[in-house]
Design a protein. Structure first.
Length: 291
């Protein structure tokens, strides 16, 4: 007999209860305040709209030094029938070690039988196995400190959306950019444009978070990578993450269906050495009117 979404969500709630009992201290287990109530409302009325996929973070202390490792968890509606999305991160790990840690983690979780809850298993695996990667990271840091310079890479992503209106979506975009220490901007309205710049893993994490689960009309139009032997901060085009809004064309009353003034946007791009991006985003060459 086929397993239903309702049955899967019930199992997800049971697992969250187990995790809350394992991590009762403040800051150990984090999730949005409305996450569980929205699932409970759906379970009371399964004919209603599906709740957002359950997403939470678990802060783990690893080793005698109690190094912080955060396990980020995103559960598809059909988990545990389908695999969860898991990502372990730590400020003590370099990019390559973090990639190796997550590759090994997903390999281990893939061995768990379909239909079995596995987040608790993932938590225990991270606690048991992260120390090896942390020790390797320490050795790599010591070797790197003896080198003359360590090259860094600035990653810049240009993201296009048919529109960006909803306040909760805009809040998610700004909160995520701030958390990941990204600079750039979000142009709200129709069309919507987002630029983020920073470390590659942080930009890719931002892209993963904002587009999931079902933002249909969004695409990453262009990516720039710039290598430097100094700080990537010297390569940034933006000094913060800006809320970009321009005067809209037309009067649409109470509707949100307004088009942004792309002439003003082109001028903004040129002020930030990015005028060439206009054609990449919109497929036409931008021209400023003569004054």
């Amino acid at each position: 007999m086929a397993v239903t979404v309702k049955e899967c969500l019930e199992l997800q709630l049971l697992e969250v209860e187990m995790l809350l009992s394992m991590f009762p201290k403040r800051g150990e287990f984090s999730l949005d305040a409305d996450a569980l109530p929205s699932i409970q409302r759906y379970l009371r009325n399964a004919d209603g709209v599906l709740p957002p996929p359950l997403e939470y973070r678990i802060a783990l202390d690893v080793g005698e030094a109690k190094v912080k490792v955060e396990l980020q968890v995103l559960l598809p509606h059909m988990y545990p029938q389908v695999a969860p999305q898991l990502f372990a991160r730590s400020d003590a790990l370099h990019r390559q070690q973090q990639l190796q840690l997550n590759t090994r983690l997903m390999s281990h979780i893939s061995s768990v039988d379909s239909g079995d809850l596995c987040v608790c298993e993932a938590v225990q695996w991270v606690k048991d196995n992260s120390l090896t990667f942390l020790e390797n990271s320490k050795g790599s840091s010591e070797c790197a400190s003896k080198e003359v310079r360590v090259k860094e890479m600035l990653h810049r992503m240009w993201i296009y959306s048919h529109h960006i209106y909803r306040q909760e979506l805009r809040k998610k975009i700004f909160d995520c950019a701030k958390k990941l220490k990204l600079t750039g901007f979000c142009l709200s309205g129709k069309p919507g444009v987002i630029c983020v710049e920073g470390l590659q893993e942080n930009c890719e994490e931002f892209w993963r978070v904002i587009r999931y689960p079902n933002w249909k009309h969004i695409s990453c139009k262009h990516v720039e990578n710039i290598e430097t032997e100094g700080s990537i901060d010297n390569l940034r085009l933006f000094h913060s993450f800006e809320d970009l809004q321009f005067q809209a064309h037309g009067d649409y009353g109470l509707r949100n269906d307004y088009h942004m003034d792309l002439g003003q946007f082109l001028e903004f791009l040129k002020q930030h050495q990015s005028g060439h991006i206009f054609q990449i985003l919109f497929g036409v060459e931008g021209k400023l009117s003569d004054n």
